[in-house]
Design a protein around this ligand. Structure first.
Ligand SMILES: Cc1cc2nc3c(=O)[nH]c(=O)nc-3n(C[C@H](O)[C@H](O)[C@H](O)COP(=O)(O)O)c2cc1C
Length: 177
């Protein structure tokens, strides 16, 4: 499979990255082809809501989102990787989701597999309730097939994450594909 990971943390060596690299290692060992897209350091602007695209067509904005559109429409699986920011995904990753607007039907008809990799400082059992509800709703709406979620409770710093059970979970998820 060709798997695109949308890396939604601005920290290149942070906790999200630890999960991404472990997932990547597992998936590559299983023979998959991985592309990590660093959405936080790309030039991607928020959807303006102009609807010039008519929900399926050229976006008036000319930026790095075109590369993401092409990658997602030619892959088999998308992985959303994000730190928890105020109980949702990072704004940088959300901007990419909103830009799905211009290729909504195309993406829907791809029936991609998907996964969620996330980390948070908090470790209460409700930590990821809002984020997982959003992710599951997106999967349902856009006709993805969820292959799994790694929810990194208590992963407030790279050292906390590295010594947690979650890098192994991310590796196993990648390896299982
Ligand atoms: C802007 C911001 C918002 C955050 N919001 C939350 C939050 O709502 N709940 C939580 O448990 N941790 C929150 N955190 C902590 C991060 O999710 C956590 O430190 C994570 O490991 C950061 O991942 P990274 O190393 O990839 O940046 C927040 C951190 C930042 C910078």
């Amino acid at each position: 499979m060709k798997i695109v990971i949308l890396m939604g943390s601005p920290n290149r060596k942070g906790s999200t990255s630890i999960l991404v690299e472990n997932f990547r290692r597992g998936a590559e060992e299983s023979g998959h082809n991985i592309e990590v897209v660093d959405v936080c350091h790309a030039d991607i602007h928020p959807c303006t809501g102009c609807i010039a695209c008519g929900y399926e067509g050229d976006c008036v904005q000319r930026d790095d989102n075109e590369g993401i559109r092409k990658a997602l429409l030619s892959c088999d699986m998308v992985v959303f990787a994000t730190p928890l920011y105020y109980y949702g995904m990072s704004a940088q990753l959300k901007i990419v989701l909103d830009r799905f607007c211009a290729y909504n039907s195309s993406l829907n008809s791809r029936h991609l597999r998907s996964a969620l990799l996330t980390v948070a400082w908090n470790s209460d059992d409700w930590t990821f309730d809002a984020l997982t509800a959003h992710y599951k709703t997106l999967v349902r709406y856009i006709n993805f097939e969820d292959k799994g979620m790694v929810l990194g409770y208590g992963c407030g710093s790279p050292s906390m994450t590295a010594s947690s059970i979650y890098p192994k979970q991310a590796y196993k998820l990648g390896r299982s594909l």
